[in-house]
Design a protein around this ligand. Sequence first.
Ligand SMILES: NC(=O)c1ccc[n+]([C@@H]2O[C@H](COP(=O)([O-])OP(=O)(O)OC[C@H]3O[C@@H](n4cnc5c(N)ncnc54)[C@H](O)[C@@H]3O)[C@@H](O)[C@H]2O)c1
Length: 255
Amino acid sequence: MYIKGNTFIVTGGGSGLGLSTAQQLLKLEANVIDLKDDGKSFFKGREKNVLFIQADITSEEEITKVIQQAIEKFGENIRGVINCGGIAGVGRIVGPNGKPLDLDSFKLVVNVNLIGTFNVCRLVAAQMVKQKPLEEGERGVIINVSSIAYQDGQTGQVAYSASKGGVASMTLPMTRDLSKFGIRVVTVAPGPFETPMISIMNEKSRQKLLKQAEFPVRPGKSDGEFNKLVIHLIENIYMNAEIIRIDGGIRLGKL
Ligand SMILES: NC(=O)c1ccc[n+]([C@@H]2O[C@H](COP(=O)([O-])OP(=O)(O)OC[C@H]3O[C@@H](n4cnc5c(N)ncnc54)[C@H](O)[C@@H]3O)[C@@H](O)[C@H]2O)c1
């Protein structure tokens, strides 16, 4: 699919992986719906091609409005969504104090990362289905962001891994549901990337984690590594139903 002139919704566009994706899409002359929950816009002066909207990915009402506003500004050509919105969550099933993990903290992580991602997918997909197809009948692409924690979850990641496992597992059935409309679904499962999300990690855990990398032994770069993969996935029509790890070869055992 050509990127230029088409509209892409990027959730979590306020920082990290989402921000670098939105920036790259803009460089390639897409229209970008920059969706986030923190109210900051990094795209002042680019209002011709960017629509900044503050919205919560878990809200049906807010995401429906995002889609309506996107169409009002750029027309019925929403061709993709890149779901980078998400939160971390740390807590063992039974904590050092002997208490079970608080159910609300588990629900919060699953609600944002899994249910929020699904909410955006279903509403955007329903819009893409109505749009005119492009070359080869393609109508659009959904790119979801899981994590290597969907396979290699560590102590304290029970909620996060469950949420990211859900995102990964949706890939094939969602593809099967949407293929007759020419909509592709691909999931990216990143290893550690240098973003605000991993800055919460202490240096010791960070070093332990990076030691597991094969090559290069460093965190990934949002700009030039993550966002390049996303652009490739948008442009390459033969990429579908796939879950792709991007992680410098990291395979995490017990840390
Ligand atoms: N950075 C990493 O090492 C790494 C590794 C694997 C997976 N991931 C995943 O990649 C995605 C992006 O992470 P990042 O590192 O860029 O993190 P980040 O914290 O920099 O960005 C996350 C973004 O999501 C937004 N967000 C959170 N909850 C939201 C909600 N309810 N509604 C709308 N927006 C919301 C935040 O405002 C923020 O802009 C996340 O899903 C994360 O789990 C990150």
